[in-house]
Write a protein that binds this ligand. Structure first.
Ligand code: FES
Ligand code: FE2
Length: 459
């Protein structure tokens, strides 16, 4: 399909509305994105011991993730190789075997078929069980976060995260042990295309002051100044925006990590106590990231707010619906009471009844369902904010935009989306590694800007 030029126009930063609506586009996404990319499954903290398992999804496929006796992880498709019944219906647990409740086939904790009822009497020992294990999925972890991938040609997880590791390390590789996930997840369905919340989290600092004006006023504190998008706010000095080769990205608000939390004494104390060690281990730039607030998406469909601590996976259910799973992401090193309080605050703001997240539902579904109209659907969407006020940076990898209110990370997300949709295989994607960022033509934006700032008299 070379029609993708009509779907995403990088030079002019626009996308066809069909990317939120068309079934054939969605089908391509299932095949070329969700069947090929590394998808978030969870974290070590959700399956700490041998036998521990969770059930989850990779797009529309049900999967089981299981901790093995040797400490490694395996994941496999949660569908019986006999007649296709779902093997495990529990959300989580501990099991040495999974028994299909249709005819009783038994799969080991590694997914192998280990037993079938009446194997001798009725199969006459003719069944080759070794070929009937559950379909295996590649599993790799990065700093405790567990991803799965169906494509043997895909790069390693670390290569897939690429430059984004440098950023993630500032929160996932801290001297205190990084972050972990707290479950069980909240789950809800939302009538929207999966990309609407993903793009919102990857790069939408713009909507915060408008959509969430009421909540920000109620919470007060550092971010209340955003409420109403007042013209006197020095947005360029408040943060930055980042995007990298494989579409991951985030927006950063300086010094605002815990700002959405109301009861946050433990969190603030924890940050004060740990930032020095982060600076020592990772340097001042990443200490700056550590104390900032992030709105982040890991391509394709995992998003989180570092600081607010909500952690989301947007599982697609066709082009017009998602099932949202919401965990809490907390620093491993914090004490139990502080973690508990972070979880309460994260859920109060961004859970299913979240004081901020519940503002967004209509934005998500309306941006999707308006395209039911054919005339509407012929139109395009714009993501040009801050175009050209971005480029390669001498310190930060990837492409950096000048403000957290801008659409740099949208552009990076859709650039990679289009690349994946166009590419017949991973080899074709890898062939683009060297000049992936050529669409950002203002190569001297940061060198010039930083030089100009240095030349300014300091007060
Ligand atoms: S479908 Fe699973 S045992 Fe028959
Ligand atoms: Fe929002």
């Amino acid at each position: 399909m070379n029609g993708s030029a009509a779907l995403v126009d990088n030079a002019n930063a626009s996308q066809s509305r069909r990317v939120f609506w068309d079934q054939d586009v969605y089908q391509l996404e299932l095949e070329r994105i969700f069947s090929r990319c590394w998808l978030m499954l969870g974290h070590d903290s959700l399956v700490p011991k041998s036998g521990d398992f969770i059930t989850t999804y990779m797009a529309e496929d049900r999967v089981i993730l299981s901790r093995q006796p040797d400490g490694s992880l395996k994941a496999f498709i949660n569908s019986c190789t006999h007649r296709g019944n779902q093997v495990c219906h529990a959300d989580s647990g501990s099991a040495k075997a999974f028994v299909c409740n249709y005819h009783g086939w038994v799969f080991g904790q590694d997914g192998a078929l280990v037993d079938v009822p009446m194997e001798e009497r009725c199969y006459h020992n003719d069944l080759d069980k070794s070929k009937l294990g559950l379909t295996q999925i590649r599993v790799e972890t990065y700093k405790g976060f567990i991803f799965g991938c169906h494509d043997p040609e895909a790069p390693s997880l670390e290569e897939y995260l690429g430059d984004f590791c440098w950023y993630l390390d500032s929160i996932w590789d801290t001297p205190d042990g990084g972050m972990e996930l707290l479950g069980p997840p909240l789950k809800s369905t939302l009538a929207c295309n999966w990309k609407v919340p993903t793009e919102n989290f990857v790069g939408d600092g713009y909507h915060v002051g408008w959509t969430h004006a009421a909540a920000l006023q109620m919470i007060g504190g550092e971010l209340s100044g955003l409420s109403g998008n007042r013209a006197d706010m020095p947005f360029d000095d408040l943060g930055l925006q980042f995007t990298v080769r494989h579409g991951h990205g985030f927006g950063l608000i300086h010094n605002a990590a815990s700002s959405i939390h109301v009861k946050r004494d433990g969190y603030v104390k924890y940050m004060d106590e740990t930032r020095g060690a982060v600076r020592e281990k990772l340097g001042p730039e990443r200490e700056m990231l550590y104390v900032g607030h992030w709105n982040t998406s890991i391509f394709p469909n995992c998003s989180f707010l570092y600081g607010t601590n909500t952690f989301k996976i947007w599982h697609p259910r066709g082009p017009h619906e998602i099932e949202v799973w919401t965990y809490t992401m907390v620093p491993k090193g914090a004490d139990a009471e502080t973690k508990r309080s972070m979880q309460r605050e994260a859920i109060r703001s961004f859970g299913t009844a979240g004081t901020l997240e519940s503002d967004d539902g209509e934005n998500m579904s309306s941006a999707t369902y308006n395209n039911q109209g054919v005339i509407t659907r012929r139109g395009r969407m714009n993501s040009s904010m801050g175009l050209n006020r971005e480029g390669p940076h001498p310190v930060f990898p990837g492409i950096v935009g000048v403000s957290f209110i801008g659409e740099t990370s949208y552009r990076g997300f859709y650039r990679f989306w289009q690349e994946m949709i166009d590419a017949p295989d991973w080899a074709a994607v890898k062939a683009g590694d060297a000049d992936w960022d050529k669409m950002w033509t203002n190569r001297n934006f940061w060198p010039d800007r930083l030089a100009a700032q240095q030349a300014e008299p300091q007060d």
